[in-house]
Write a protein that binds this ligand. Structure first.
Ligand SMILES: [Zn+2]
Length: 488
C-alpha cells in the first residue's frame, strides 16, 4: 500500500483491540472502524466518514496490534530444531548453552536461510517488529528489508566464546582487544543500518553476555548507546553457571554487579533476568536483586518457552510487572511463534507461583505489544491509535478455534494460536495474506537449512569435548529401526 493509494478502512470490526491513551491500556471496541493511510493509522473508532480508497467489511474479523518481539536470534536458531528441545547439561545447571549450543550451531553460510525461515514463521504469528540480537554484518539490513518485517538489528559483540572441556566446568577464551574492535564494528554497522532506505530498519548494539564482556566494554557500549538515545541489551542472569561465574569473578550477583558498574538502569534491557538471588533454584537469601532491579528502571526481555524446556521459569511475570519492571516478550529460539510465548508466559508464571494470578493474560499481551514497543523506544508501535504505524494483524473470527468468542484474546492465546491469524500488515503494507507470506519464498531456504543441519550432524563429534556422535549427544525420541530387522 503506497501513500498515493489513499485510505483503507476496515468497516464495522467484530472486535478491535484499540489503545486507550488515557487509561494507558488496550481496550476492546466492537463495531468500530479502523483506517490507515500510507504508513500510519488515521482512524480508530465508530463511523469513519473521510475519503476511502479501499473498503473491507470486517464484521467477522478482529484487528490486533502487531507483536513486538524484543529478543531473538533468527540467524542460527532454526538449525537446532529437533536437537535441543530436551537437552541440557546435568552438571551445568540444566542449561544447554555451554556444552551443546557450540556443537550444534549451523555455519554462518546458513545465516540468511535461517533468518528467512524464522521471519516467515514470526510474520505468520503476528509479529510485525523483530529485534535480532545477532552478528553484525554489512548485508544484515538488506536481508530484513526484503522480508517486509520491521526490524531492530541489535548488533552483539563480545570478547570471546565460552567452552567446556569436561561437561562440568566452563572456561572463557576472552581477547579483550578483539572485543573492543568488535564493539566499534557493531556501532558502525548499527549506525549505517538505521539509514536504510526502507525506513523499517533500526540499528542498535549491545554486549552479548555479562560473562563474555569486560566492565569497560559494558560501560563503553552503554555510553555510546546513550549518545544515540538508544538502549543496550545484554544477556544476564540467564543461567546458574553464569550467576556463579559472576559471583566468582566479582563477589556480586549478576544484577548486583551490573548495578555496581553503573549498567543497571533505564538504558539497559536484560535478556532473561531470571536468576535473581531470590530465584527458588539458587537458595541465595543474602541479596536484594529484585529491589535493585525495580529501583533501577532496567527492563527485561522475557522468553518463556526456551527456558520452560529445561524446567526454568521467571519468578514471576506478575511480580516483575506489578513492581513496575517493564517486561517485553521475545521468542529467543524456535518455534518462532509469539503466541506460543504468550501462552507459556501465562502458564509458567502461574506454575512457579502456584497461583492462577501470577501471570494474567493482559500482562503477557501488553508485554508483547505496547511494553515491547516502549522498550525499544517506539511509542508509535504496539498499539492501535491514530498516528501510530499501521502494523497490525487480522484475526479470522470465523475460525472454529476462535469460537465461542466471549473473550477473543483468550481464544487466540489459549486455543487458536497462529491458526487464526489471516493477514498481517507492516508499515501499511500487507505482508501476510490468508496465512501465507507475500514477499519472499522460503522453499530454497528450507533446503539450505536441512543441509546446514546435515553438516552439523556429520561433524558434531569433532566439536564435542567427549567426541560423542550425534545420537549419543541428543538421542531421538525413538530409535530408528531398520525395516528389515526385528531384533533391533
Ligand atoms: Zn538470547
Amino acid at each position: 500500500m503506497s501513500e498515493s493509494a489513499g485510505v483503507t478502512v476496515f468497516r464495522n470490526c467484530d472486535w478491535l483491540v484499540a489503545w486507550d491513551d488515557a487509561a494507558k491500556s488496550h481496550v476492546y471496541l466492537r463495531g468500530a472502524d479502523f483506517a490507515f493511510s500510507g504508513h500510519d493509522i488515521v482512524h480508530v473508532g465508530k463511523g469513519y466518514d473521510g475519503p476511502v480508497a479501499q473498503e473491507v467489511n470486517a464484521s467477522d474479523l478482529m484487528i490486533i496490534p502487531g507483536f513486538v518481539n524484543v529478543h531473538s536470534h533468527p540467524g542460527h536458531e532454526p538449525g537446532w530444531k529437533g536437537m535441543l528441545e530436551e537437552l541440557g547439561s546435568p552438571k551445568l545447571g540444566q542449561s544447554s548453552l555451554y556444552e551443546f549450543m557450540p556443537v550444534f550451531r549451523v555455519g554462518t553460510e546458513y545465516t540468511r536461510p535461517c533468518l528467512r525461515v524464522a521471519v516467515s514463521e514470526l510474520l505468520k504469528s503476528g509479529v510485525t517488529t523483530i529485534c535480532d540480537l545477532g552478528r553484525p554484518r554489512d548485508t544484515w539490513a538488506d536481508e530484513y528489508a526484503e522480508t517486509g518485517i520491521r526490524a531492530v538489528l541489535w548488533g552483539m559483540f563480545r570478547s570471546g566464546p565460552w567452552k567446556t572441556t569436561n561437561g562440568h566446568s566452563v572456561e572463557y577464551d576472552l581477547d579483550f582487544a578483539a572485543g573492543d574492535k568488535a564493539l566499534k564494528e557493531a556501532v558502525a554497522i548499527a549506525d549505517k543500518a538505521s539509514l536504510h532506505p526502507s525506513g523499517r530498519i533500526t540499528g542498535f548494539f549491545g554486549p552479548a553476555q555479562i560473562d563474555t564482556c569486560s566492565e569497560g566494554q559494558i560501560r563503553d557500549a552503554l555510553a555510546a548507546a546513550r549518545e544515540r538515545n538508544q538502549p543496550i541489551q545484554i544477556h544476564a542472569a540467564q543461567s546458574i553457571v553464569e550467576f556463579q561465574e559472576i559471583v566468582r569473578r566479582y563477589g556480586a550477583t549478576p544484577v548486583e554487579w551490573l548495578d555496581r558498574i553503573g549498567a543497571l538502569g533505564p538504558d539497559t534491557i536484560i535478556g532473561h533476568c531470571i536468576f535473581l538471588n531470590d530465584h527458588p533454584w539458587l537458595h541465595w537469601p543474602q541479596g536484594n536483586d529484585f529491589e535493585r532491579l525495580v529501583r533501577s528502571g532496567a527492563q527485561v526481555a522475557h522468553c518463556p518457552v526456551v527456558f520452560a524446556r529445561r524446567g526454568i521459569a521467571l519468578n514471576t511475570l506478575a511480580r516483575y510487572v506489578d513492581a513496575g519492571v517493564p517486561v517485553g516478550i521475545g521468542t529467543d529460539s524456535f518455534p518462532h511463534n509469539m503466541l506460543d510465548e504468550l501462552r507459556m508466559a501465562c502458564y509458567a508464571g502461574r506454575i512457579v507461583a502456584g497461583s492462577f494470578t501470577a501471570a494474567p493474560t493482559s500482562y503477557a499481551f501488553s508485554a508483547a505489544t505496547n511494553v515491547g514497543a516502549d522498550i525499544i523506544r517506539r511509542p508509535d508501535l504496539g498499539r492501535l491509535a491514530i498516528g501510530c504505524k499501521a502494523d497490525f494483524s487480522i484475526v479470522d473470527m470465523t475460525n472454529p478455534y476462535m469460537q465461542p468468542d466471549y473473550d477473543p484474546i483468550r481464544s487466540i492465546v489459549y486455543s487458536a494460536n497462529d491458526r487464526a491469524i489471516r493477514d498481517v500488515y507492516v508499515d501499511g503494507r500487507q505482508v501476510v495474506a490468508n496465512g501465507q507470506v507475500l514477499h519472499f519464498d522460503i522453499g530454497n531456504d528450507i533446503e539450505m537449512l536441512r543441509q546446514g543441519q546435515r553438516d552439523v550432524i556429520k561433524t558434531a563429534s569433532e566439536r564435542d569435548w567427549a567426541g560423542r556422535e550425534i545420537e549419543e549427544l541428543t538421542p531421538r525420541v525413538y530409535k530408528i529401526k531398520h525395516p528389515d530387522r526385528t531384533d533391533g
